[in-house]
Design a protein around this ligand. Structure first.
Ligand code: MN
Length: 299
């Protein structure tokens, strides 16, 4: 099953029906856990409403996807946890000395989320910003100290995520948390629909040029290991997002660029890039990383 969020702040949810239209399912979660965004209510009450969701999936007759303004599938996760260096080829291209087993994970601000079809706003004109195409997963139930072999039970589904990044020496939580820096979507594909994640492939294009192509089986810490590790550090709630890291092929972004990231069995996410309103960087970004504004990135 594929589930989308749309409407003001992701206040409405829908299922991608067999006829390709979006059948709204917001009414199935009205009145439930009203402090939570609509998709978190769907995830929280999935066992109760699954039959109703399937009925809408079969019935169809909804809106055309192209007529909806999609939000990130989960608009209000309590956190977005991300893996810093989780492919060996990306470690080499960034000239990093260590990877995830020495770095652990980091957090991105949930306020940086945007949906499929949105626009990434680059805040500064004198800094380099890169695309990072990634597989992400959405937590399905409260998770604390999950064992690797039980991790799958805690995963609701998967989506495509772009971890947009400013290069430089600032903390990752700064460089990756600007508003609009976490495009996600177009939907959540539930775990049963995706099948074994080790068999998935990720591709990412900028302006039609293929910059990244990787097999998810090349992750240093696979999906179960990430769920186990992250849940040993912090309690995970339904709707929380874990992004698994990016492979080789990151490169700089500029005004008017079109980014497309696709993962087999899941879907294709596309966003555009704008420098409207960009100013000079407040921080200097010294000490580490690539500072210059450059369009000479790989690919
Ligand atoms: Mn990343």
């Amino acid at each position: 099953m594929r589930l989308v969020s749309f409407g003001e702040g992701g206040s409405r949810v829908g299922v991608v029906a067999r006829d390709g239209t979006i059948s709204e399912v917001t009414d199935l979660v009205s009145g439930r856990d009203s402090g939570l965004g609509a998709m978190r209510r769907v995830i929280q009450s999935f066992a109760d409403i699954e039959d109703g969701l399937h009925a809408r999936e079969i019935a169809g007759g909804g809106s055309s996807l192209s007529l909806l303004t999609l939000s990130a599938p989960v608009s209000d996760p309590t956190k977005i946890v991300a893996a810093p260096v989780n492919y060996l080829d990306h470690m080499e291209e960034m000239q990093q000395l260590g990877h995830i087993d020495s770095l652990g994970v980091f957090l991105k601000a949930p306020s940086s989320l945007i949906g499929h079809g949105g626009t990434v706003l680059l805040p500064y004109s004198n800094r380099r910003f890169d695309q990072e195409g990634e597989l992400c997963l959405v937590i399905g139930k409260l998770a604390r100290n999950v064992k690797v072999e039980e991790a799958e039970e805690y995963i609701f589904g998967y989506s495509v995520l772009l971890d947009i990044t400013m290069r430089g020496g600032e903390d990752r939580s700064t460089r990756k948390s600007f508003d609009t820096f976490t495009p996600m979507g177009p939907w959540i594909a539930t775990s049963d629909e995706v099948g074994p994640v080790e068999e998935l492939e990720l591709r990412c294009w900028v302006n039609g040029d293929l910059r990244q192509h990787a097999h998810i089986s090349d992750l240093i810490w696979g999906v179960p290991e990430l769920v186990a590790y992250v849940s040993s550090v912090m309690t995970l709630y339904p709707g929380d997002i874990i992004s698994t890291g990016t492979p080789k092929g990151v490169g700089s972004l500029g005004d008017g660029d079109e980014i497309v990231a696709e993962i087999s069995q899941i879907g294709r996410l596309s966003v555009s890039v704008s420098t409207v309103g960009a100013s000079f960087s407040v921080t200097r970004g010294g000490a580490a990383g690539i500072l210059q504004q450059s369009h000479e990135g790989p690919g």
